[in-house]
Design a protein around this ligand. Sequence first.
Ligand SMILES: NC(=O)c1ccc[n+]([C@@H]2O[C@H](COP(=O)([O-])OP(=O)(O)OC[C@H]3O[C@@H](n4cnc5c(N)ncnc54)[C@H](O)[C@@H]3O)[C@@H](O)[C@H]2O)c1
Length: 248
Amino acid sequence: MYDFSLKNVVVTGAAQGIGRSIAEGFIKNGAKCVVMLDYNGEKVAETAKTLDPEGVRTLAVKCDVSNRDEVHETFQMLYEKLGRIDVLVNNAGINRDAMFHKMTYEQMRSVIEVNFFGMVHCCMEVIQPMRDQNYGRIVNISSTSQHGNVGQTNYAASKAAINGFTRSLAKESARKGITVNAIEPGYIDTDMLRTIPAEKLEARLAGLPAQRFGTTDELANSVLFLASDEASWVNGNIMIVSGASVTS
Ligand SMILES: NC(=O)c1ccc[n+]([C@@H]2O[C@H](COP(=O)([O-])OP(=O)(O)OC[C@H]3O[C@@H](n4cnc5c(N)ncnc54)[C@H](O)[C@@H]3O)[C@@H](O)[C@H]2O)c1
């Protein structure tokens, strides 16, 4: 267990999958407020109600992280309401897989805009306040696909960009009590995984050292550690959480 009782946390893409489990983990570890942000407003409100029926620990907010103005307005509202943000988890992400010779420009652009610029937009909102308060934890969700994957030039590029950004922002922010880390999940059992055709998924499963996909809770546990006070000396790291399918 960690003590997040004095911490306001923002988790993007929290309506389902990994983001939902991350939000749940913070709630279970006593976070003061968990802002659950997602572009699917209805679903994130439903999820928040399931995880926090009294509505005392969570704030469900509809926001498209790829929209710079919307993100700015959302965080202005959050700072007015909460006063400060201690933890930001950039988890929102999409895939639009295709071989590059068949990939549309829109498939390339949308993935970079959500996965990379979505993270950038949120970081832009919190970085100065975190510097002013001399405290911050930023955890970015990357992917083992950043090492290269067939059909994922767009997705791999967006995640590799996250890693470079993470290492650089960590170096810029270390003296201000801020840590910036990324996690590269391997295959985690979510809707995103189910976008892979069944026979291909079967073949990938057979090749995994653990012979199973990871769970969203297993991934969330690593996020909680990096977001905790206990991880104060872990900074600028890219943590692979893949059940040994990819190792550093
Ligand atoms: N599932 C895996 O195997 C796996 C592996 C590596 C990395 N990841 C990464 O983990 C993160 C979560 O993935 P998941 O598997 O839970 O996917 P998911 O599709 O189940 O959930 C993604 C969530 O993000 C939200 N979202 C998408 N675009 C958004 C936007 N523009 N603004 C706000 N919210 C948005 C969706 O509504 C959804 O709730 C993603 O960044 C993904 O790239 C997943």
